[in-house]
Design a protein around this ligand. Structure first.
Ligand SMILES: *[C@@H]1O[C@H](CO)[C@@H](O)[C@H](O)[C@H]1NC(C)=O
Ligand SMILES: *[C@@H]1O[C@H](CO)[C@@H](O)[C@H](O)[C@H]1NC(C)=O
Ligand SMILES: *[C@@H]1O[C@H](CO)[C@@H](O)[C@H](O)[C@H]1NC(C)=O
Ligand SMILES: *[C@@H]1O[C@H](CO)[C@@H](O)[C@H](O)[C@H]1NC(C)=O
Ligand SMILES: *[C@@H]1O[C@H](CO)[C@@H](O)[C@H](O)[C@H]1NC(C)=O
Ligand SMILES: *[C@@H]1O[C@H](CO)[C@@H](O)[C@H](O)[C@H]1NC(C)=O
Ligand SMILES: *[C@@H]1O[C@H](CO)[C@@H](O)[C@H](O)[C@H]1NC(C)=O
Ligand SMILES: *[C@@H]1O[C@H](CO)[C@@H](O)[C@H](O)[C@H]1NC(C)=O
Ligand SMILES: *[C@@H]1O[C@H](CO)[C@@H](O)[C@H](O)[C@H]1NC(C)=O
Ligand SMILES: *[C@@H]1O[C@H](CO)[C@@H](O)[C@H](O)[C@H]1NC(C)=O
Ligand SMILES: *[C@@H]1O[C@H](CO)[C@@H](O)[C@H](O)[C@H]1NC(C)=O
Length: 502
């Protein structure tokens, strides 16, 4: 106790301290599109590493629960598995931004919840792939829960796009989308009403196809080549039908894959600038010590792994693992944590950090406690992660010049990609990832007419080269199936017990 301090000042300090502790934290959530973490996807994000990574925690085992945009985004926004949101693919028919979604899921999103708890809310960027579709209210539809709504019509693009500005459509021709979103983010931070905590979501198009960088970044990453990890151009009879389908190997000349890799990295530089600009704006608003920043992606990507050209939609690590950085009050600085987390856990964790009630319908579990610990001191754990995917068939996405153009069960077969199809109806699967302090297993079951199963020991075989299914007993296989069966049907609290193997 210092002697001789003015009691009025002491009182004022106490009040200010109380306000600082009692006021709700702000959130800034950066959600990228198709950004991998295993194929150098984070290399361009140097400022992000500096501003969020060194001031916070990086989770090295962060997963999504489905490796496709709309279903995964719907999970991120609601904290529910795709089997509970009903969103199974990127079209209205698959509940992507559908009327059903609007009536039953969107109303209970993270933003809607926070808005009811005093937050001022902001969204800018790609939302759900079918957003703006005429059968779902067009761009007039503003999802419940947003004070500022800057929603991209349709799927990611970089130029020539339409934004819904609070419900009115505006076309942008020559303005690079990522930069436009950054500008709106800055505007919001300047113009938002003071006195309320804020929630911002910024969802840039990078590094989704067509992988267009900003003009100023076109000459960067010169000479970059696709990552030739041990799974690159690898063929194995241990993989499911689509992977084994012809052609089974990449050609010699894969300059197109090198180009894609380079363009993806280039397109992420504007995202890195976005993070810097927004962090600096929060800093100059004096809110830096009361703001959580989250940086992640809707799913990963593969380029050439298992001889597949370039896409997501597979249960392999490249596709389901994502970058995950988080910084903010009480999060230990410059730490990494291998504790497994998944997309479904984000809503409960954010609500937990906001000090508001987590709704019963949330399928995920808050990892706030773990977040605030320093990784190495944390205790052992068991955690199960569910991954589910519904394969698509779409004749329209099959190149006329490919031999299987009449097969309605196939999809995404392009002559540029050697007619190797990227999806099929029988590429429908569920997986469970079983993590403990000392072991990491992945078990996947395909809904095809071979009932194909794949099992990997990620600890000894991180590239998933050896399917171990023939090395375990029928009894063990049955046990794996039992867990999957419970997981794929779970809802709310029931999912929590399964995820923690209770
Ligand atoms: C959306 O999902 C719900 C629940 O799964 C389902 O009843 C409904 O038929 C789906 N809507 C469409 C358009 O598929
Ligand atoms: C959207 O609406 C909010 C709240 O009315 C307003 O402050 C903001 O300026 C609007 N934003 C745009 C981009 O029109
Ligand atoms: C936008 O579309 C117009 C018309 O289709 C085209 O001429 C132009 O090149 C496009 N701009 C960009 C930057 O792609
Ligand atoms: C890229 O590298 C090649 C050789 O590796 C060089 O010829 C070319 O000028 C470089 N381009 C730029 C824009 O730096
Ligand atoms: C992929 O493997 C095949 C068969 O060994 C080979 O002919 C081809 O050149 C390889 N392609 C690349 C890009 O490594
Ligand atoms: C490789 O293929 C690209 C087109 O994908 C072509 O432009 C290039 O000339 C080819 N390179 C060689 C060495 O054949
Ligand atoms: C935020 O916290 C840091 C470190 O504790 C301190 O140096 C800085 O002054 C604080 N900034 C504000 C705006 O409170
Ligand atoms: C961050 O942590 C890494 C790894 O422990 C260490 O090498 C580095 O010096 C740390 N950086 C700062 C700025 O503390
Ligand atoms: C998307 O899902 C719906 C509902 O299951 C299905 O009717 C539709 O065929 C799927 N779309 C594609 C392209 O497979
Ligand atoms: C296997 O499934 C495909 C569609 O997924 C179907 O076209 C084919 O007839 C099935 N084959 C058998 C033997 O059931
Ligand atoms: C998967 O679907 C394709 C395309 O219809 C079919 O040719 C193939 O037999 C199916 N394979 C399995 C294992 O279901």
């Amino acid at each position: 106790m210092s002697v001789g301090r003015d009691p009025k000042i002491v009182l004022l300090c106490n009040i200010l301290a109380f306000v600082a502790v009692g006021s709700k934290p702000n959130f800034v959530f950066f959600l990228t599109d198709d950004q991998d973490v295993l194929l150098n996807g984070m290399v361009p994000l140097t400022r992000t590493h500096f501003l969020l990574g060194l001031r916070g925690k990086t989770f090295t085992n962060a997963y999504v629960n489905t490796p496709i945009c709309c279903p995964s985004r719907s999970t991120i926004l609601t904290g529910k598995y795709a089997h509970n949101t009903g969103v199974v693919n990127n079209s209205i028919a698959g509940n992507c931004s559908s009327r059903y979604w609007q009536r039953h899921q969107e109303k209970h999103s993270l933003a809607a919840n926070l808005k009811e708890n005093e937050y001022v809310t902001f969204y800018a960027g790609k939302y759900l792939n079918a957003y703006g579709h005429k059968d779902a209210g067009g761009t007039k539809h503003v999802p419940k829960g947003y004070d500022w709504w800057i929603g991209l019509k349709g799927n990611s693009r970089y130029y020539n796009y339409t934004l819904s500005l609070n419900g009115s459509a505006k076309f942008f021709k020559d303005d690079y989308l990522t930069d436009v979103l950054t500008k709106y983010g800055k505007d919001f931070l300047k113009m938002r009403p003071r006195g309320n905590p804020f929630f911002m979501m910024l969802a840039p198009p990078a590094c989704h196809a067509p992988f267009t960088p900003a003009k100023r970044h076109e000459h960067t990453f010169n000479g970059t080549k696709v990552v030739r990890n041990p799974a690159f151009n690898y063929t194995s009879s241990g993989k499911h039908w689509l992977v084994r389908m012809q052609p089974q190997q990449l050609p010699q000349n894969v300059s197109i894959l090198d180009d894609i890799q380079r363009h993806r990295l280039q397109s992420l530089l504007a995202v890195d600038e976005m993070v810097k600009t927004i962090v600096e704006e929060v800093e100059s608003a004096g809110e830096i010590n009361n703001t959580y920043f989250i940086f992640t992606s809707d799913h990963g990507f593969h380029i050439g792994q298992f001889s597949l050209p370039w896409d997501k939609r597979q249960p392999y690590e490249t596709d389901i693992r994502v970058p995950f950085l988080i910084s903010g009050p009480s999060i230990p600085h410059n730490t990494t944590d291998d504790y497994p987390i998944s997309a479904v856990d984000l809503v409960p964790t954010i609500l937990d950090l906001a000090g508001t009630e987590i709704p019963n319908h949330a399928d995920g579990v808050s990892f706030k406690q773990r977040l605030l610990e320093i990784g190495d001191e944390a205790q052992s754990y068991e955690k199960l992660i569910l991954v589910e995917y519904w394969g698509e068939g779409n004749k329209k996405s099959i190149d006329d010049r490919c031999p299987w153009k009449e097969d309605g069960n196939l999809a995404e077969c392009s002559k540029n990609a050697w007619c190797k199809c990227q999806d099929a109806r029988n590429n429908t699967y569920i997986c469970v990832l079983q993590f403990s302090y000392s072991s990491r297993l992945k078990f996947c079951s395909f809904d095809d007419n071979q009932s194909f199963v794949e099992l990997y020991d990620l600890e000894s075989d991180p590239y998933e080269l050896d399917n171990l299914i023939s090395t375990i007993t029928k009894h063990k296989i049955r046990d794996h199936h039992k867990i999957l069966h419970k997981f794929r049907k779970c809802r709310g609290k029931r999912c929590h017990g399964i995820a923690h193997n209770l």
